[in-house]
Ligand binder design. Structure first.
Ligand code: GDP
Length: 336
């Protein structure tokens, strides 16, 4: 199959659930070429009415917590026991300098990747969080239109991208290790507050007792942290991917969560809110890009920076001046 298809070919392939076309379509939406962007936008618009029919699950945890092993087992469980199709999108905010991938170059989820009911797609790494989120959201819609019932968005629990992913999913699952140091728990605190469920991984062998202890502690901590407006109380589980234990409880909790939020109307309201937030984020990005393209900006910015450093003007006043000049320059360019 050729590398680039036309809009009709992309649309038909996706709606027929063709995984090869879906992969090519995601490459298209990740492309930086403006000619690709035009088709990508049209494609997302075409598939939008066919999307939405899935449960979107965010999953995160520090490297080594057992994400890929968990996803492999979780994915197979959903496919075998519930006959559902699962798409896994990984968001990997690695440094563009090192081009290194935190999620590893090794083949992850080897068995799942061969299963025709699964689709696994690592994101283009090394991009700004904003860009990654936008592309991930588009990819979610494409996967849904291709008939995937469960969309799993995986991130590494080390930074900003979790917050962005939280805004793109229905349910947020945090994987944690039992007995990890205080420092690690510190990083996790903000992320913990976003979790709809926590799963303590590797609850097997010598680690089993520690995992059960950690579960009780986290459950207690979560009760203190957040009474959710949806009526959902975050749950804590232990699981062992190696022994395939605890996987069904996590899946059942996700279903329970979905049923609760559908019954009280919050499921759809949240998705609608996310869609509108997406629009605002796109606007912010487009505005910034437009602003940075302005030819006068560089010179003006340097002189304002000097004024700020010399305390001739406050940072806020300087920002206002830049905005005013930008609006002025737009008016000028409209008149020519
Ligand atoms: P990731 O970096 O979060 O994707 O973690 P991996 O899935 O690659 O797992 C990291 C290590 O933990 C590997 O050596 C796995 O074999 C091991 N591991 C993962 N899940 C389990 C589990 O349920 N029990 C045990 N004992 N080890 C596990």
């Amino acid at each position: 199959m050729k590398a680039r298809l036309n809009l009709q070919e992309y649309t038909n392939g996706i709606l027929q659930g063709d995984r090869v076309v879906l992969a090519k379509a995601i490459t298209l939406i990740e492309s930086q070429l403006s000619s690709d962007r035009i088709i990508a936008d049209q494609l997302v618009e075409k598939v939008l009415p066919h999307s939405g029919n899935s449960i979107r699950i965010g999953i995160t945890g520090v490297p080594g917590v057992g994400k890929s092993t968990f996803i492999e087992v979780f994915g197979k469980y959903i496919i075998d026991e519930h006959k559902k199709k699962i798409a896994i999108l990984t968001v990997d905010p690695s440094s563009p300098l090192t081009k290194g991938s935190i999620l590893g170059d090794k083949t992850r989820m080897e068995e799942l990747s061969k299963n025709s009911m699964a689709f696994i797609r690592p994101s283009a790494s090394g991009e700004a969080v904003g860009g990654v989120t936008h592309r991930t959201r588009e990819a979610i819609h494409l996967c849904e239109a291709a008939g995937f019932d469960v969309i799993l968005v995986e991130t590494v629990g080390v930074g900003q991208s979790e917050i962005a992913v939280k805004k793109s999913v229905d349910f947020f699952l945090l994987l944690m290790l039992a007995g990890a140091g205080d420092e690690l728990q510190g990083i996790k605190k903000g992320i913990m507050e976003m979790a709809d469920a926590i799963a303590i991984t590797k609850a097997d062998g010598d680690n089993k007792f520690k995992a059960h202890e950690a579960r009780a502690e986290y459950q207690h901590a979560l009760h203190l942290v957040r009474p959710d407006s949806s009526g959902w109380l975050p749950k804590v589980f232990t699981c062992s991917a190696v022994l395939s234990e605890g996987i069904d409880s996590i899946w059942n909790a996700i279903l329970e969560f979905q049923q609760l939020l559908i019954s009280n109307g919050i499921f759809e309201t949240r998705r609608q809110r996310q869609q509108v937030e997406w629009m605002h984020e796109c606007f912010d990005q487009l505005f910034k890009m437009e602003f940075q393209k302005s030819p006068w900006l560089h010179e003006k910015k340097s002189s304002l920076e000097s004024d700020v450093l010399a305390k001739k003007i406050t940072p806020y006043q300087a920002a206002q001046t830049m905005l005013k000049e930008f609006i002025h320059s737009l008016r000028g360019s409209n008149q020519t």
